[in-house]
Write a protein that binds this ligand. Structure first.
Ligand code: FRU
Length: 491
């Protein structure tokens, strides 16, 4: 009994220490330090990502009225280096129609119409920006309509005009959205989805206004739930001078209650996308919080690889995550390439990040970790770069944001070759019953070495294993600042 009391006293003391630590380190924030999110309000999908004149533009689904989904409009931010972002005023607003119905500006893309094919710009002007988005009309109790519309800007996306003959593409379908337009051999191509028919359509246009259907593909891969935010682009194959076409689709998740992203690798002849034969479903990210990613258009020659960004949230609980007057954020940009693994192509994703992020770089032998290694972190925003020799070990366990009983746990098990991330004890988890979850992905060590690049940024954890071959992204909401990192070998 005495022993038990002494034990309880020690536990109480440790808890007291961790709560005084909490005070010492100040209040926790969920606003990321090196991921982009606007000052306030709701965001979802990235839209119209395009490069022009030294600026990367990120437009996005934005509610100017509050921190819940609604009044969807395009917000706007720019960056010179993809690492720090500047928020700009609202770009394309929701509009009120004459019959007092509203038209929201749903997801879409932007292109630079340097040849003025649209005729929207002054003769010879090469910097016209055209946004192609889904106009979502709420007919006031008489149903919904989705069609594709245009807006254009002559001042690098700062101010916009709607095309007066919108919409430019209407097939009379309620769920028809997220046009992604790209230049192809002097003309334009659009990939757009019939969301509930799990079908992508490819159109051609010479002027962005008149669109002709070329082909369709669908009901392949994962079509359990929905298809949204399609894209189609060329990706270079590493160690070769070839490329393949990749189509990314936001759809269902392996875990059926959630949404996620899949991709197809194949060929595109200008009319038709033909996916390679594939066994199983190719997932972009194995976590729960990487959705609606699309690539930048018009990248400068120095960016040889496509760059994507995603919304870091999941429709399963998106509206319930803790709000700081602001809800939702964007992933770090990721550069894409393909590797050829025994005749099968797989995406590799490399994050673009600032070298100002506090970084802990460690090279370890898992078998020599007889005692846990503790790294005290002053705040919850950092990068942990690990190279782990797994020889003679069962694996490794890494507690992130560890404070008292609270922790986000990364485990690698040598036998199953599974890397898992457990956020069930990560802090605030009870705001939605689908939030507390454990994710896992297969990671094959290379020559007995496991490489992990882990980006923790106040409320997000992005894990790149084996140089971006396997990726897992999850939100977490720790209740304290300055949690430790504890690295131990799996027993
Ligand atoms: C994807 C999505 C899109 C749609 C937008 C509306 O997250 O549902 O299909 O255009 O969000 O905000």
């Amino acid at each position: 009994m005495k022993k038990k009391l002494a034990f309880l006293a020690v536990v109480a003391m440790l808890n007291a220490c961790s709560s005084s630590k909490m005070l010492k380190n100040g209040p926790v924030t969920y606003r990321p330090a090196y991921h982009y999110t606007p000052q306030k309000n709701w965001v979802n999908d990235p839209n119209g990502m395009v490069y022009l004149d030294g600026e990367y533009h990120l437009f996005y689904q934005y509610n100017p009225m509050g921190d819940k989904w609604g009044h969807m409009s395009w917000g706007h931010a720019v960056s010179k280096d993809l690492k720090t972002w500047q928020e700009l005023p609202l770009a394309i607003p929701e509009t009120m129609n004459a019959d007092s119905s509203t038209t929201m500006v749903f997801s879409g893309s932007a292109v630079i119409d340097s040849m003025n094919t649209s005729g929207f710009f002054e003769k010879g002007f090469k910097k016209g920006m055209v946004a192609i988005y889904t106009s979502h009309k709420d007919k006031k109790g008489k149903g919904l309509a989705q069609h594709q519309s245009l807006a254009y800007s002559s001042d690098k996306g700062r101010t916009w005009k709607f095309y007066d003959k919108n919409p430019v593409l209407d097939i009379g379908l309620k769920d028809f959205r997220d046009p992604n337009v790209f230049a192809y051999e002097g003309k334009w191509r659009m990939i757009v989805v019939k969301s509930l028919e799990y079908t992508a359509q490819i159109y051609e246009s010479a002027d962005l206004k008149n669109w002709k259907l070329l082909s369709e593909f669908g009901k392949i891969g994962d079509y359990a739930k929905i298809w949204e935010c399609p894209s189609l682009f060329k990706v270079p194959v590493e160690n070769s001078d070839t490329f393949k076409w990749v189509s990314m689709i936001s759809s269902a998740h392996e875990d059926t209650d959630y949404v996620g992203m899949q991709y197809f690798v194949g060929d595109f002849d200008g009319e038709k996308f033909t996916p390679d034969a594939q066994t199983g479903i190719l997932r972009i990210d194995n976590g729960k919080d990487f959705y609606a990613a699309v690539p930048f258009n018009n990248l400068p020659a120095k960016d040889k690889n496509p760059i994507i960004m995603a919304w870091q949230n999941n429709w399963a609980y998106a509206g319930d995550i803790p709000s700081e007057g602001r809800r939702g954020m964007f992933s770090m940009p990721r550069k894409l390439s393909l590797v050829n693994e025994n005749g099968k192509y797989r995406l590799v994703q490399k994050p673009v990040y600032s070298d100002k992020i506090q970084t802990e770089t460690l090279t370890l032998k898992a078998s020599e970790l007889s005692e846990a290694k503790i790294l005290e972190m002053p705040n919850n925003s950092y990068r942990l770069n690990l190279t782990i020799d797994l020889a003679n070990s069962k694996g490794i366990s890494i507690d992130l944001l560890k404070n008292g009983g609270e922790k986000s746990v990364l485990n690698y098990d040598v036998v199953s070759q599974k890397l898992s991330f457990d956020r069930t004890k990560s802090g605030k988890v009870n705001f939605n019953k689908l939030f507390p979850s454990v994710e896992s992905m297969k990671v094959t060590p290379q020559n007995g070495i496991l490489k992990l690049d882990v980006f923790v940024d106040n409320s997000i954890v992005e894990i790149f294993a084996n140089d971006g071959r396997n990726v897992l992204t999850d939100l977490v909401f720790p209740t304290t600042k300055g949690g430790n990192i504890i690295i131990s070998s799996l027993k």
